[in-house]
Every structure is written in structure tokens, then in C-alpha cells.
Write a protein of this length. Structure first.
Length: 224
């Protein structure tokens, strides 16, 4: 609770640093949100403030540090894990792979591949609640590989989808629980496929890898 209030205050201060009535209105609106809604938006604001990257603020990622995990192994694991979470694996799309002629430098993304998941029964209810959920469907996990060999699994952070609304358009209790189950699936399927048993283990592996390789990118903070 204390951390949420601090984050909310920080976001409110950001609003006040903007201008006049707009800042007052934004701040008042923000403070009127439920606690979980405030936390979801405050986390997003903090990441944008730190990185300048709104896309990063809306995603989760897992660094694959086990070189013995092949790409096909990772996708087969995700297919098998989907059933454990009552999800269906509905798509496997290889997007691109750079050739040597395209100059695959270490800091350039050289290869991507998408895994797609869906729970049709839950998807129908989410769309009935708001057709705009359709823009997020099916749920995706993207394998992103850099020229230096780094590989990540990237998936949408569903905090805003689940907790970002208000009572003005309240999600029914049953659908809310089902959406939380989808959120859990889209956090744990890529985490496990990347070779980890817990998010804490994944976060530590990334921190250790970045320290060992001199990579200066944002790391997850405790409590996020």
C-alpha cells in the first residue's frame, strides 16, 4: 500500500509538472482511480519516465540464458505448456531472419518468431465486454534474437487490461477471474519456456547476464 501511494504521488507530481488545468484534471482523475488501477498506470508511467519507451512499458520479457535451449525446443515447450493453462496454441509465425548481406550487427534484431495463444471461451466474453480487446488477440509471445546472440521472449503485460479500468465499465467477477488466469498463463508460459521456474530466477539471470556482458538496459525492479 505504501509503495502504491508513493508511485501514485510520483505520477501525480508528473501531472502537476505539465500545465495548468490539464495537470489538475489529470491528477484529480488519477487519484480517483481504485488502488490497483493507480498501481497499473503508475508502473507504466515510471517505466516510460525511465526509458522513454512506451512499448517497453506495456510488455514483459524473459532473457534466454541457456544456450542449449534451441528455438524449436522453446516453441515446443510453449505448445505443451499451453494446455496446462487451458490455452490453445493457435499460431506459429516466422517473421524474418536477416542475411549476412543485410549486415546483422550485434545491436540489431536479426530474427523474430511469434507464438500465438487463445482461450476462445474467454476471448468471446472479453470481446462482449469491449470489442477493443480484439486488438490484443490472439495473445502473442515473440522470440527476438539480436546479432550478438541474445534471445528474449516478449509478451504483453496484461496489468492494464485486467486492472486498468474503473467501475464506470466494470468487468464482471467471473470474467475478471478468467482474465487473471489468461494473464497468469501469458506470464508463466514464456517464463517456463525460457528455462525458469520462477520470475525471481528469471530476473536474477537477466541481472547476472547484463552485469557479465556490460549491457546497460533497464532491469525489473522488485515488486513489479
Amino acid at each position: 500500500m505504501k509503495k502504491t501511494l508513493v508511485m501514485s504521488f510520483a505520477a501525480l507530481m508528473t501531472a502537476f509538472m505539465m500545465s495548468g488545468c490539464t495537470a489538475m484534471k489529470l491528477g484529480t482523475t488519477f487519484m480517483g482511480f481504485p488502488e490497483k488501477t493507480q498501481k497499473a498506470y503508475a508502473n507504466m508511467f515510471n517505466i516510460v519516465k525511465e526509458t522513454g519507451d512506451p512499448a517497453q512499458a506495456m510488455m514483459n520479457e524473459w532473457l534466454i540464458t541457456d544456450d542449449d535451449l534451441s528455438e524449436d525446443d522453446i516453441f515446443e515447450d510453449m505448445k505443451e505448456l499451453a494446455g496446462d493453462y487451458n490455452m490453445r496454441f493457435v499460431g506459429d509465425v516466422k517473421m524474418f531472419r536477416l542475411t549476412k548481406a543485410e549486415n546483422p550487427t550485434p545491436d540489431k534484431v536479426v530474427h523474430t518468431r511469434n507464438a500465438e495463444f487463445c482461450s476462445l471461451s474467454i476471448a468471446k466474453k472479453m470481446l462482449s465486454h469491449s470489442r477493443f480487446f480484439g486488438g490484443f488477440m490472439p495473445c502473442r509471445v515473440m522470440l527476438v534474437e539480436y546479432g550478438d546472440g541474445r534471445r528474449y521472449l516478449v509478451s504483453m503485460n496484461m496489468d492494464l487490461a485486467v486492472y486498468g479500468g474503473t467501475d464506470k465499465k466494470k468487468i464482471s467477477p467471473k470474467l475478471f477471474e478468467e482474465m487473471k488466469a489468461v494473464k497468469k498463463a501469458m506470464e508463466e508460459i514464456p517464463m517456463k519456456a525460457a528455462g525458469y521456474d520462477s520470475q525471481e530466477e528469471a530476473d536474477q539471470a537477466m541481472a547476472d547476464y547484463y552485469a557479465a556482458h556490460g549491457i546497460h538496459e533497464r532491469l525489473a525492479k522488485k515488486g513489479e
